[in-house]
Design a binder for this molecule. Structure first.
Ligand code: 2AM
Length: 216
């Protein structure tokens, strides 16, 4: 019935608790530093066709609201596998539970800025089996490789792009590409070409998050 359809949310995911502002500040600080680095300025044309101007990454990316790590995009039941996911035992058992997410990297592309989330074995129980393999080039990556928090999107870019950008970078890392590397205070920054920047955090950022769903 149409009423059953309505009980499936837009998406399931982990919603950050109490640390929303702290993580947003960390992201802003990273962007503020990144766009002042010589190595970034050298590759600035990835972000602007007017290289005589400076790029202000804090302005370039727009806030996308409440910080979360999507597990399953359900589109109110219309997405492939949505009903099966909503009925999964782990999903039902863990609904409303609090977890600790480990943010292990920050990444930037001309489209998105995000944080990579490294999932534990238990957290992987909530991860859909096809999250990576639905992107053919990413099918050989380990389960959970797409897990991320969208921190911002460029004008006109939808947040679904953040996970695709992370997969794109992860494929290069999986192939053993080294990129151009520089040290930053928070860890090692790598430039992979085409505006793709990846900061591997020396100390992961641990954040409390509630497994729940979003309807509106
Ligand atoms: P995000 O997980 O990268 O932030 C609502 O649109 C939420 O669902 C956003 O958080 C968004 O991206 C995610 N989302 C939208 N479409 C998606 C899709 N096709 N696959 C996976 N996640 C999607």
């Amino acid at each position: 019935s149409p009423f059953e359809e309505m009980s499936i949310p837009l998406f399931f995911g982990w919603f950050l608790l109490s640390v929303q502002e702290k993580v947003k500040c960390t992201s802003m600080d990273f962007l503020k530093t990144l766009d002042t680095l010589e190595i970034f300025k050298k590759h600035m044309t990835d972000f602007t066709d007017k290289p005589e101007n400076e790029v202000d990454l804090e302005q370039y990316f727009k806030d996308k609201g409440v910080l979360h790590c999507t597990t399953k995009f359900c589109d109110y039941g219309k997405a492939k596998g949505a009903k099966e996911y909503a009925q999964n035992t782990a999903v039902k058992d863990f609904y409303g539970s609090t977890f600790e997410l480990s943010l292990t990297a920050l990444f930037v592309t001309p489209r998105t800025v995000g944080a990579k989330v490294s999932l534990t074995e238990e957290q992987l129980l909530l991860w859909p089996a096809d999250a990576e393999s639905s992107v053919p080039a990413a099918a050989s990556l380990p389960l959970g490789s797409r897990a991320h928090i969208t921190l911002g999107c460029a004008e006109g870019v939808e947040p679904v792009q953040t996970g695709l950008d992370l997969l794109d970078i992860s494929i290069l890392q999986h192939e053993g590409q080294k990129g151009e590397q520089v040290e930053m205070e928070l860890g090692q920054l790598t430039y992979f070409g085409d505006g793709r920047w990846f900061l591997s955090l020396t100390e992961p950022i641990f954040v409390p998050a509630c497994f729940s769903s979003f309807y509106m």
